[in-house]
Design a protein around this ligand. Structure first.
Ligand code: OKP
Ligand code: ZN
Length: 344
């Protein structure tokens, strides 16, 4: 399997994030992708290729133009105001406050365009996220050219980013950009299967009222797990998208059996949908050793996941999302991809 590697991921390198009111060492760090790249090479998974630049237009198909402009220039604005290091939002337009007027204040716009204080905006966030989207588009090119599957190795992740906000370590929604690009290239039905521990609220929201992208997810129950405010089982789509969204929240601590049952339920719905392309939001923070998550998958389960996804039978684009047990994520990701390749 080919890997498209985002060589700019290291430009986004936060030192700290807010957690329980304190600044703690960041979880979403460049070493994550370094370990995965090493594991991909050690396993001789296949060619490792650089992304091709497809420009801003495919990103603007799912993100608001004003949001993209803001993220691109935000860190420079922060520095010009005398800010040092990474920028964090501190105020949000919640219920009763207006979000239809863009304030001039930088602090206000940080809040307007974000969902949490856990996502440091760094000097290289835009560069890394821009090339992550380009890597995803390049991966799509290879799948559309006939590859059975392609893996996109990038960070920061994407699935929490909405049309006009960042959060949950995410700035650009790579899965959404790739899905929309596939439709723009002539496909009519795309499935996004999100196996990250966290619900992909951004991806769900972007396609919630549409039937041309089916979003399905297995994740920690938002009653107790990030992103808290989306990802419940009763979210089945709206309007023309009714019936094209499926959530399988599981309690923190759920067993591997429960996890695979939920995966089967997801895949049964996607099978009935009969997509021409499967995009997998591949977070491996479902690993038992993950420091911020509470499922218990391990190497054999990751391998089995890959086999099950292969048996689904659609051309498959794997996009890297979470996974924070830094030294283990390379082996966990490779277990999925090799499981996929070993099955038929
Ligand atoms: C991103 B992805 C830990 C608090 C949790 C948000 C988690 C985002 C996960 N410091 N912060 O879905 O893996
Ligand atoms: Zn996650």
């Amino acid at each position: 399997m080919k890997t498209i590697y985002n060589p700019h991921h290291g430009a986004h390198a936060a030192t700290h994030e807010f957690f329980r009111g304190k600044l703690v060492p960041a979880f979403e760090v460049p070493a994550r992708a370094d370990y995965v790249l090493q594991a991909v090479k050690d396993a001789a998974l296949g060619e490792v290729l650089n992304p091709v630049d497809h420009g801003l237009a495919p990103m603007a198909r799912v993100h608001a133009a004003a949001y993209l402009r803001f993220v691109e220039g935000a860190h420079a604005e922060w520095l010009a105001l005398g800010g040092e290091g990474d920028a964090f939002p501190a105020v949000w337009p919640v219920r009763s406050l207006r979000s239809d007027v863009e304030p001039r204040s930088f602090a206000a716009r940080m809040g307007l365009y974000s969902m949490d204080s856990g996502t440091p905006l760094t000097s290289g966030s835009w560069e890394a996220a821009y090339w992550g989207a380009q890597a995803s588009l390049t991966g799509l090119d290879h799948v559309l050219a006939g590859e059975r599957s392609v893996y996109v190795l990038t960070r920061p992740p994407g699935h929490h980013a909405g049309a006009d906000f960042f959060g949950g370590y995410c700035f650009i929604n790579n899965a959404a950009v790739a899905a929309q690009a596939a439709l723009d290239r002539g496909l009519s039905k795309v499935a996004i299967l999100d196996v990250d521990y966290h619900h992909g609220n951004g991806t769900q929201a972007i396609f919630y009222e549409r039937a041309d992208v089916f979003y399905a997810s297995v994740h920690g129950d938002p009653q107790t797990e990030f992103p808290f405010f989306l990802g419940h089982a009763d979210e089945t789509g709206a309007g023309g998208g009714e019936g094209f969204n499926a959530n399988f929240p599981l309690p923190a601590g759920a067993s591997n059996e429960q996890w695979f049952e939920a995966l089967d339920a997801c895949l049964a719905q996607l099978k009935a949908y009969a997509p021409e392309l499967l995009i997998v939001s591949l977070g491996v923070d479902t690993y038992g050793g993950d420091p911020i998550s509470h499922f218990t998958l391990d190497r054999p389960e990751f391998s089995r996941m890959g086999q099950v996804l292969r048996e689904f039978g659609a051309p498959t684009l794997f996009l890297q999302e979470g996974g924070y047990a830094t030294e283990a994520i390379g082996l966990n990701v490779v277990a999925v991809l090799q499981g996929f390749e070993s099955a038929k």
